[in-house]
Design a protein. Structure first.
Length: 339
């Protein structure tokens, strides 16, 4: 009898425990289940500090990156600020040196050339600060780089141009910025390597516009005068390359001298293709770059990785904008879209 009672009690207890479990599951189904990773994720970022050191604010590129990073910082509870170097390499170097002492968690740097900030960025990482290089890299590797594959962009532009100029004079000119800047040095390598595959193509001039539209216009005018049968010009960046477009237009050669450029894909890029300033614009898509930058920032803020222990290179996918495919609403962005 006692044995039977024991079995009955055990059975009743098991049923009671099952009922409690089912009740708990029913409550969870009504109230939802707490995500165990959510609170630690936001807590890890709260109050941390991220600083962006651009070459210059007021450009579609830098304004677009900064707006997107500021928005993401506000959502996730970390601090974001910009230290503008105003095209002054010495000022930028001093800013990075000061930040090493201040010890923010992440510094994002847009390099003026492949060498000037290299040692400072290494020093920053040795001090425990993650360094992300933005679109213009230096000759050393830090925690991350997000930006254009400039050798690849140069190859893309050169191939497009060579396919159109091989049947004509074959004469092509190349615009660059400062010779040691990544979009100049690496793109030049990509352009010359690609053009070497086309025996009918001749690179007749390498023109330094120094990232300035007026200087770019002047050197383009000289190239057009010296090469009246010039077929095409390859430029590094649509902002100064509007100067080249103006020189071509004033010479009455729009559509006769092809102009290939690249840029971040702001609405002005699409409009420039539509109205004939540019025959090709290789867009590396600032909103996409900003998303990649934000993801890396959050990864470094929420992980315990030592600066430099993880090294990420993320080359941005490109879109070739031409009159045949350009769509301003779908392919290009405005600053208001990112705020």
């Amino acid at each position: 009898m006692n044995s039977n009672c024991g079995r009955v009690y055990k059975h009743l207890f098991a049923l009671f425990a099952l009922a409690l479990s089912l009740h708990s599951i029913a409550q969870d189904a009504q109230q939802g289940i707490s995500d165990p990773s959510r609170d630690p994720y936001y807590k890890a970022m709260k109050g941390k500090r991220v600083v962006f050191v651009p070459l210059f604010m007021g450009l579609d590129l830098t304004e677009g990156w900064a707006a997107s990073m500021k928005k993401e910082a506000d959502i996730n509870g970390y601090k974001f600020e910009v230290r503008n170097s105003n095209w002054n390499t010495a000022a930028g170097a001093q800013t990075i040196q000061s930040l090493i002492s201040e010890k923010p968690d992440v510094i994002l740097v847009q390099n003026p050339d492949v060498q000037s900030y290299a040692k400072l960025m290494q020093k920053a990482e040795q001090a425990g600060i993650h360094v992300i290089q933005v679109n213009m890299k230096t000759n050393i590797t830090t925690s991350a780089f997000v930006g254009g594959d400039w050798a690849g962009i140069g190859e893309t532009q050169a191939k497009w141009m060579a396919e159109r100029c091989s049947a004509g004079s074959g004469k092509v000119a190349l615009l660059i910025g400062p010779p040691t800047a990544a979009p100049s040095a690496y793109a030049l390598n990509g352009v010359t390597n690609m053009l070497a595959k086309y025996p009918k193509i001749k690179l007749v001039a390498v023109l330094n516009g120094e990232w300035d539209a007026s200087k770019t216009k002047n050197v383009t005018q000289v190239a057009l005068q010296q090469n009246p049968d010039l077929c095409g010009i390859i430029g590094p960046w649509d902002t100064p390359d509007v100067g080249a477009a103006a020189a071509i237009k004033e010479a009455g050669k729009t559509g006769k001298v092809l102009l290939a450029t690249s840029g971040g894909g702001a609405k002005g890029a699409c409009e420039g293709v539509k109205d004939g300033k540019f025959d090709l614009n290789v867009s590396y898509n600032v909103p996409g770059q900003a998303r990649d930058l934000n993801n890396l920032i959050k990864m470094f803020l929420t992980s315990n990785s030592k600066p430099g222990a993880i090294q990420v290179t993320n080359y941005s996918p490109v879109v070739l904008l031409t009159k045949e495919n350009v769509n301003t609403d779908k392919q290009c962005w405005s600053l208001e879209d990112l705020k």
